[in-house]
Design a protein around this ligand. Sequence first.
Ligand code: TXA
Ligand code: MG
Length: 323
Amino acid sequence: MSIISNCTATAIKDAATALIKGDLVAFPTETVYGLGTNATNEDAIARIYKVKGRPVGHPLIVHISSAVNIDKWARDIPEYAVNLAQAFWPGPMTLILPRTDLAKDFVTGSQDNVGIRIPSHTVALALLKEFESLGGLGVAAPSANRFGAVSPTTASAVEIELADYLSGNDKILDGGPCLVGVESTIINCTQDKPSILRPGAITKELIEDTLRISIDLNNSNSESIQIKAAGLIKSHYAPKAKVFLTGSPTLGDGFIALDSFATPTGAVRVAAPKSNEEYAQVLYEAFRLADLKGLKRVFVIPPTGDGIAVAINDRLIKSAFEK
Ligand code: TXA
Ligand code: MG
């Protein structure tokens, strides 16, 4: 495995060639780092599951560079999905759509739908464009962490997570720290009305303003359709330290809260973001720092309000869930 810290045109070309061959390339996106491979290569996808330690059957998001290519992967695209794509792509949003025959069971977890995303990070977009120019059709990429762990938001976090599992030809592209910091908003677009399966930086308010309708969070009205999202498993996004969302830290416990909260006596401050946007950006690195320091417990004061706070609270609740 090699880490590419200078993502030149040549480096991107080498990485795209590696993807075509079926090697794995971890790459930065605006949300978190992804672990990518050729979405039409079954053996390569099998390696992703192995490297992540992820149970087989959890669907992967297919990343493409432009909405022009969406018809290759998805069919019967509702008008509201077209509107969402126009408003928020490239960006931190994944649309779940009815699949074409190109989206095989090994990508979709045998469901009749496929997750599609166009990321906005320049390195991700350059990699996808180069991959497509070499004949590739899409890059399947889950977050580049071991299953159930915290998503990486830096290249060194990817290395710490996956170095023991990647092989010689695999690569990690370093594109700096991710700006959003939490995973993309996942929107179910397989029904008459969209619903949010995983909250993210494309918030309920943004979606409602764009579509001029009210929408549901967490797919509450659609238990009948089979949507499998690993993000819906309750214990997820968790550090090794035990996360508490209530109570006060005592001597040697970690502490995460907005900057306006003072650090309780004896606690170890691992993040003090100045806004909810910064909170999302630094949360996973704060969890990693707590683990690096060997802290056993981390106390968190969750952000309040809507917008990105909803996504942060979603991840916090899952990280605090008893394993
Ligand atoms: O921000 C992101 O979305 C990052 C970057 C790398 O793009 N990717 C990411 O992938 O978070 P992953 O695999 O860690 O989480 C994707 C979630 C999983 O919970 C998966 O089950 C769900 O999306 N998902 C993917 N395809 C789906 C589908 N066809 N139907 C329902 N859920 C799907
Ligand atoms: Mg993930």
